[in-house]
Design a protein around this ligand. Structure first.
Ligand SMILES: [Zn+2]
Length: 202
């Protein structure tokens, strides 16, 4: 992380008293948070998340390192991953006696709902643009499965000869692929609707 990026999180009060980190979340949010973090970032980040989640107040990287018996570098890496996901933030205080910065970390478990929604929208948008690409192109392929599929313009440019193996290019029917994409889009939209209902209930 760039040092100027850190500056905006400097605590103006220069207060080294820890602030409370208690945020009420539902059991469903807690479970989702743990599952998503493990899924995206792996076991170590999950362990760090659990320490923050169970802490009543802000926690320093050193405290987490001691609690988990995990190397400080590893803890910091995990914390920055949570920071990138916007699930954790920090403030830093210069320790008057040592001159070093101390980082106080806090988890924002309630943000998991936004993260899940964001991820769903990303996947959905990818699926939709893929379907549009399949819809708006004609494809050609040779009989070798290792050779790439080409769009009409490229097939014409190569006189309908596969540029990789030299075989003839034939029209490729992508109806089945489009059906699969369509099904996935409908399924994900269903899941999105259900997720939104669950989120609004809590
Ligand atoms: Zn080929």
């Amino acid at each position: 992380m760039a040092s100027d990026e850190v500056n905006e999180y400097d605590d103006e009060r220069k207060n080294s008293t820890k602030m409370s980190s208690k945020i009420n979340i539902s059991e469903r949010q807690r479970q989702t948070l743990i599952e998503v973090v493990e899924d995206i970032c792996g076991e170590e980040v999950k362990q760090v998340t659990l320490v923050l989640l169970n802490s009543e107040e802000e926690t320093t990287d050193e405290e987490i390192s001691e609690k988990l018996d995990m190397r400080l570098n590893q803890v910091r890496k995990s914390l920055y991953k949570l920071y990138d996901l916007q699930l954790a933030t920090f403030r830093r205080i210069r320790d008057k006696s040592t001159g070093w910065f101390v980082y106080f970390w806090i988890l924002h478990p309630e943000r998991i709902d936004f993260l899940v929604e964001k991820k769903q929208n990303e996947v959905l948008s990818k699926l939709k643009s893929r379907l549009e690409y399949e819809d708006s192109n004609m494809f050609f392929t040779c009989s070798n499965h290792e050779c790439p599929r080409v769009i009409f313009q490229n097939a014409m440019d190569s006189n309908f000869i596969c540029e990789k193996c030299g075989e003839r290019l034939e029209a490729f029917d992508n109806e089945q692929l489009k059906t699969i994409l369509n099904t996935k889009i409908v399924e994900l939209e269903e899941i999105k609707k259900k997720t939104a209902q669950i989120v609004n209930k809590t």
